[in-house]
Design a protein around this ligand. Structure first.
Ligand code: ADP
Ligand code: MG
Ligand code: ZN
Length: 485
């Protein structure tokens, strides 16, 4: 039996954080009080007409550009027709043929292994309202007594990013979701909060035998709202499909739902085909024109993307995982940038920021940005460690003190008498004294027994009140005893 291979494509919905909704002037920042951000347009009252939100179009063009897409100079709005109580128009304005953006890509890395995920399309649509099913069943429609409808979210601009079926594992899918979220956050077009639903994933999964080309029948697991769930839902679905097929069964193309508590996907409904939606071009909306000039403006004002930022940090000496942590955290990244220039030790500073700095902030229950730590504190500290003036444990103490506002690293190290003896001459004098006091140990070393070196190290440290830089002591000791032999 040949091995199985998973084939995965992901659809991601991203709510844009514009001031107003997609086709009306209602606030897109949804108020808590239900049905207070609605108007005739988003409630689809007769005679109302939609007007596209230019900021939303700028948002989608920004996302498409960051994903390397072709931006269509002219794209079309369609009506996607279906009935659901939280959809006041009984259709959703969406796009079908000619979306705003097509043919992009995103590179994801799993354990240092890069994969190019093709982006099929990025299209513009509007969000639905929200239904709350009330009753014994814990929010499930099946056993609800009644349903509450809130139209505040109806008409909020929604961007859908659709990938090619290029993803081959649940880990890759998670890495894709995480990278897309980072990009959207870096672009500042959405708060991309998975737990709040402003970014959500649909995972399309099928399996096939390794070496075959033809795609298997897929299922689509809808509205997955965390990266961990995305990975778990896909892992479950891959295993389930393989078990069904190995048992001689077949996969039904259907929409499934991820049950977080039980850790399973459950069948929701058979999958609609696009014919079911009776798409037609929205007669209320003209073709959307995005001029070359506008595209260039967006391209020129694109911020640095997360992958470029990570590469920049790695070039400054930071290890891969640390670079990822740094690039994901604005306040750490800006401290790093303020501290590291030219040949300063990026690796050391990166490790402090993602290690001790975060740990101390957590212990003291403060934000790193509220601490007194500055970039020049970090670069001074790194210099002191590199010059052998501070041990690594003393450096941590100084770092904590600098965060607490006790002063600059040099002042703190002075005041607390933490400076190491790093002057080679002083250390040599101490070593000479210790060697003269311990002729037996020196003789043993001369006979090829290296054990007494540790003892002599201890003596030198004691002699210097623990202040000598141990790496220098060790070097001087080895030099001197080798010279004596
Ligand atoms: P829709 O779900 O709206 O019908 P598409 O047919 O374009 O839209 O497919 C949606 C997603 O499903 C895309 O991300 C695509 O890559 C993925 N997909 C399509 N066929 C398969 C398959 N056989 N296995 C896994 N993913 C698939
Ligand atoms: Mg779909
Ligand atoms: Zn409105």
């Amino acid at each position: 039996m040949t091995a199985w291979e998973a084939v995965i494509g992901i659809e991601t919905h991203v709510e844009l954080s514009t001031k107003s909704k997609m086709f009306c002037g209602c606030p897109a920042d949804i108020p808590d009080e239900p049905n207070t951000a609605c108007c005739p347009v988003c409630l689809a009252l007769p005679g109302s007409l939609p007007v596209p939100n230019v900021k939303a179009i700028e948002g989608i063009v920004t996302i498409g550009t960051a994903l390397g897409c072709t931006i269509n100079e002219s794209s079309l709005f369609y009506r996607k027709n279906y009935f659901y109580p939280d959809l006041p128009k009984n259709y959703q304005i969406s796009q079908y043929t000619f979306p705003v953006c097509e043919f992009g890509s995103l590179i994801v890395e799993v354990q240092g292994e890069p994969t190019v995920v093709g982006i099929t399309r990025v299209h513009m649509e509007e969000d639905t309202g929200r239904s709350t099913h009330v009753g014994e069943g814990g929010g499930r429609i099946q056993d609800a007594e009644h349903t509450l409808l809130d139209f505040n979210r109806a008409g909020v601009p929604l961007v859908e990013v659709v990938t090619e079926p290029d993803i081959r594992s649940a880990e890759q899918a998670r890495a894709y979701g995480a990278e897309l979220q980072r990009i959207v956050l870096a672009l500042g077009v959405s708060d991309a909060k998975l737990e709040a639903g402003s970014m959500r994933f649909d995972a399309n999964v099928s399996v096939r035998h390794v070496g075959t080309e033809e795609l298997g029948t897929r299922t689509e697991t809808k509205n997955v709202n965390s990266l961990r769930s995305l990975q778990r839902a896909i892992e479950f679905e891959i295993d389930r499909q393989i078990a069904v097929l190995e048992d001689g069964g077949s996969i039904t193309q259907e929409t499934r739902h991820w049950n977080e508590d039980k850790g399973v996907t459950l069948s929701m409904r058979s999958k609609e085909e696009s014919e079911d939606y009776r798409y037609f071009q929205d007669p209320d909306l003209l073709p959307l024109e995005v001029s070359d000039e506008w595209q260039s403006l967006v391209r020129e004002s694109l911020p640095e993307l997360p992958a470029a930022k990570r590469a920049r940090f790695r070039a400054a000496g930071v290890e891969a995982e640390t670079a990822e942590l740094l690039a994901d955290n604005l306040e750490l990244a800006s401290l790093f940038e303020a501290a590291v220039s030219g040949d300063t030790n990026g690796k050391l500073i990166g490790n402090w920021l993602t290690g001790e700095v975060v740990a101390h902030a957590r212990r003291e229950n403060m934000l790193v940005s509220d601490s007194a730590l500055t970039g020049s504190h970090l670069s001074d500290l790194a210099e002191m460690v590199e010059e052998g003036k501070l041990s690594s444990s003393a450096a941590k103490e100084v770092l904590n003190a600098a965060m607490d506002g006790d002063g600059s690293p040099r002042d703190v190290a002075d005041a607390r008498d933490l400076l190491q003896m790093s002057d080679a001459g002083e250390i040599e004098a101490a070593v000479d004294t210790v060697l003269a006091e311990n002729p037996d140990a020196v003789a043993k070393i001369a006979q090829g027994d290296s054990k007494p070196i540790a003892f002599l190290m201890g003596q030198v440290m004691r002699h210097t009140g623990g202040k000598a830089d141990p790496s220098i002591v060790q070097r001087v000791l080895k030099d001197k005893t080798a010279g004596d032999a």
